[in-house]
Design a protein around this ligand. Sequence first.
Ligand code: HEM
Length: 445
Amino acid sequence: MIIQRQKNPIKLYESIFSKYGDIVFFKLGSFRFVMLNDAKAIEQVLQTDSQNYSKSTSYDRFRVIFGNGLLVSEGEVWKKQRRLMAGSFSSKQVERLQPIMVKETNAILNKWKPNEKIDLAKEMNLMTLEIISVGLLGKRQENDSLVLRQALQDILAYLQSSRHLWLQLLIAPFPIKDKYKFAIKLEKLLPLKSTKKFFASIQKVNELVLALINERRSKNLTENFLDMLIKTSGSDEDSKMSDQQMRDEVLNILLAGHESTANALTWTWHELLKNPEIYEKVKQEVHQVLSGESPTYEELEKLVYTKAVFEEAIRLYPPFWRVSRKNKIQTKIQQYDIPEITNVIVSLYTIQRSHKYWQLPEAFKPERFLENGEDHEKFAYIPFGAGPRICIGMNLAMVEALTILSMMIKKFDIEKAFEKDPTYLMSLTLQPKEGCMVNIKKVKA
Ligand code: HEM
């Protein structure tokens, strides 16, 4: 089962749900699991009974990097941080960030040469990383940006490796109390080049971010996201944020805030290029709405069809293809009793393609998301998660995606340079293994 999971987790999930139903309980060694593909059960775990669940054991590995940041923190720490950070993600702040999105997107688009063949997956990653790092930390010197980019790549490669899974298997027969944490410790001791590179990268990022926090603190500015975080954090217990906590939040946002949006955009392009009539409609809308080369914040609201295209892309290809939780006490999911410390896997990919909730679920139909489109169960469409731990960057991601898509379309005609549908690379996020090869042509005046 583990080998099958590593090879093609989605095939495994699909076959489990079709054989055993939409709520499946099983044991793997000493680990207990429940897999969910049912909207009501998902609502219960992520929203109604969310206080009985914490992030699952699999997030422990991320703590090496994310520390106690928003993605992985729990309880009172999470509550306080979520409250403090909410202001930095408000519509007003996202609006302030939008010109940065335009500027950074332009800088990359200006490097593209007409008639060039490029991999959009790589370009989208670069674009979203530049946007989030400039928006968060301000424009850095080229060298700092390169160090940051390389270090984040090494960190992601480490997170995406499956070494810890094999280590868990290796130690499974031994009477060790917390096998998951033990496997993480063991992994750290492995004399591997990639492990060393990973810890060296964390060290570099820490130094860079902590130096920036010090620099910005002394300047009392309000130019970027980090300045806002510094401003929100006060001196009393309710609002105090240590430098370490701030470093953790910066890393959380840098990592959570670029990969997912980049993958969502790459999948959107895959679908646009496979569906020329839909691409044509998006082009028409973009050329009609944008008065200049780039959209203003107000114009984004008028990109109704383009937004529906993006929403449909993240239905078929949710960047976080599953999220997981663990119950702290014995709970009930629908009619089933779930013993404490069971890992609950919420399968976003399969529920967003389920025949139970969608008409022609495999078809790419942006109309579903237009006014009077298809009705759907709320918890059968959760690309940004749900409940109290719903993505804090959801609005930012939508604004960013529409800004990037419309600017690309206004400037270039993009042509498909791939033959076959891509295969899935399912690690932390859902990615097209072969990237997204395209030819770039300048839009004729
Ligand atoms: C299309 C783009 C994105 C998708 C599909 C996405 C998806 C998600 C999902 C599914 C979760 C919930 C995880 C869980 O319940 O375990 C989440 C949480 C989170 N996301 Fe996003 N995300 C996107 C963009 C962003 C951006 C742009 C940022 C920040 C700039 C961001 C920051 C976060 C953070 C900090 C959390 C943790 C929130 C908490 O636990 O309180 N995300 N995201």
